[in-house]
Write a protein that binds this ligand. Structure first.
Ligand SMILES: [Zn+2]
Ligand SMILES: [Zn+2]
Length: 349
C-alpha cells in the first residue's frame, strides 16, 4: 500500500484536518499522480458534511484534480512519467454495460466509482479524493492536460467545466442558438464561457445586479435580472436551451415560458427537496425538462482540448489547503470568483 497525506473530515461537524491514509499499490493499468492542484466543488462540502447521507468517515473530498504522473504500471500505454494529467469525478465504472460501452461512464448501470465516496475497487473501503498528496487511478479514467494550460485554473474544468460542456453539446448549443445560463457561480461562470465559445447567443440570468458586468465580461451578450418581470418578459419564447446551475429551490415556471416551442430546460444544480413543477407551460409548447450529470471520459477529454484551443479556464482564487474550512464558509456565501483551487504544495509547507 502507498501512504498518502491529505485533509479529511472525521465527522459531519468537524472541520477538515490533516490525515495520513493508504491507497492501493500501482497496478498494471494504474497511473500514480502527484497532485498539484485540486478545485473546490460544492459537492465536496455536501460530502464532507454528509448532507447526501452516504459519507463514510474519514472523508477526503476533491474531484477536480490536476497532477503530474510519478509512476505507471507495466500495462500503461497512454501516459508517461512527468506528464500533466487530470482526474475528475469518476475513477472507474463497470465498463461493460450499455452506458459504459457508449462512453457514458457517468451513467454506468452499476453506478460509476466516485473519486471520493465510492468503493475502492481493488482494496475495498471508501475512495479518497484529491485533497491529498497523490492518487492512483486506472489509465482509462485519467485525462490528458493539453500543453500550456494553466494548471490551477484548469482543475475546475474536471467537474464544473464538464458539467456544463456536456449538456451544451448534447442539446446543440452553437451558432444560431440562444442559450440561457441561470446563476453565476462555479458552474454558471463556466456555462457562460463555454456557451459563448461554442458560438451560441448567451444570456445570463442572475438575481444580483452586481453580477451584470462580470457576466458580460465572461461572454454573456445580455444579463437578465431574474427578479425583474419586465426584463424576463422581454425574452418570452426565445430560448432553445436554458441550463439551471442553481441548487437552491426556486420557481422554474418563469423560465419555462422563456423557452421556444420544443426548447429544453436542463437542471445541473440539484435542489435538496422535490420541486413543484407547473406542467402547463411544458404541455402548451411541447417543451422539455431534463437533467444532466458531468460527462463521459472521452467527452471530458474533448472538453479539455476544446478549452485549450480557445484559452478557456476557470476563474480561480488559489488557496493553501489550510484555508479549506474558511473556503467552505465563503463558498456558502458565494464569496468567491468563481472557484477555489487548492495549491497542494501547501500540504507539506
Ligand atoms: Zn463537483
Ligand atoms: Zn457500466
Amino acid at each position: 500500500m502507498l501512504t498518502c497525506t491529505g485533509f479529511a473530515a472525521a465527522s459531519p461537524t468537524t472541520p477538515l484536518a490533516p490525515i495520513t491514509f493508504n491507497r492501493r499499490d500501482v497496478g498494471a493499468d494504474d497511473v500514480q499522480i502527484e497532485i498539484l492542484y485540486c478545485g473546490v466543488c460544492h459537492s465536496d462540502l455536501h460530502f464532507a458534511r454528509d448532507e447526501w447521507h452516504f459519507t463514510v468517515y474519514p472523508a477526503v473530498p476533491g474531484h477536480e484534480i490536476i497532477g503530474r504522473v510519478t509512476s505507471v504500471g507495466a500495462g500503461v500505454s497512454k501516459y508517461k512519467v512527468g506528464e500533466y494529467v487530470g482526474v475528475g469525478c469518476m475513477v472507474d465504472s463497470c465498463r461493460t454495460c450499455p452506458s459504459c460501452v457508449e462512453g457514458l461512464e457517468q451513467y454506468c448501470d452499476k453506478g460509476n466509482v466516485g473519486t471520493y465516496g465510492g468503493t475502492e475497487p481493488v482494496i475495498g473501503g471508501p475512495t479518497f479524493g484529491g485533497y491529498s498528496s497523490s492518487i492512483v487511478v486506472d489509465q482509462s479514467f485519467v485525462l490528458r492536460i493539453p500543453e500550456g494550460m494553466d494548471l490551477a485554473s484548469t482543475a475546475p474544468l474536471l467537474c464544473a467545466g464538464i458539467t456544463l460542456y456536456s449538456p451544451l453539446k448534447h442539446w446543440g448549443a452553437g451558432p444560431g442558438k440562444k442559450v440561457g445560463i441561470i446563476g453565476l457561480g462555479g458552474l454558471g461562470h463556466m456555462g457562460v464561457k463555454l456557451s459563448h465559445a461554442m458560438g451560441a447567443q448567451t444570456v445570463l440570468f442572475t438575481t444580483s445586479p452586481g453580477k451584470v458586468e462580470d457576466g458580460k465580461k465572461l461572454g454573456a451578450e445580455q444579463v437578465v435580472i431574474s427578479k425583474d418581470a419586465a426584463q424576463m418578459a422581454a425574452h418570452t419564447e426565445s430560448f432553445d436551451l436554458i441550463i439551471d446551475t442553481v441548487s437552491a429551490s426556486h420557481d422554474l415556471t418563469p423560465y419555462f415560458n422563456l423557452l421556444k416551442r420544443e426548447g429544453t430546460m436542463v437542471q445541473v444544480g440539484a435542489p435538496e427537496h422535490p420541486l413543484p413543477i407547473a406542467v402547463f407551460p411544458l404541455i402548451m409548447k411541447r417543451r422539455n425538462f431534463a437533467g444532466s450529470m458531468i460527462g463521459g471520459i472521452a467527452e471530458t477529454q474533448e472538453m479539455l482540448d476544446f478549452c485549450a484551443a480557445r484559452n478557456i479556464t476557470a476563474d480561480v482564487e488559489i488557496i493553501p489547503i489550510q484555508k479549506i474550512n474558511e473556503a467552505y464558509e465563503r463558498m456558502l456565501k458565494s464569496d468567491v470568483k468563481y472557484r477555489f483551487s487548492i495549491d497542494m504544495a501547501s500540504l507539506t509547507a
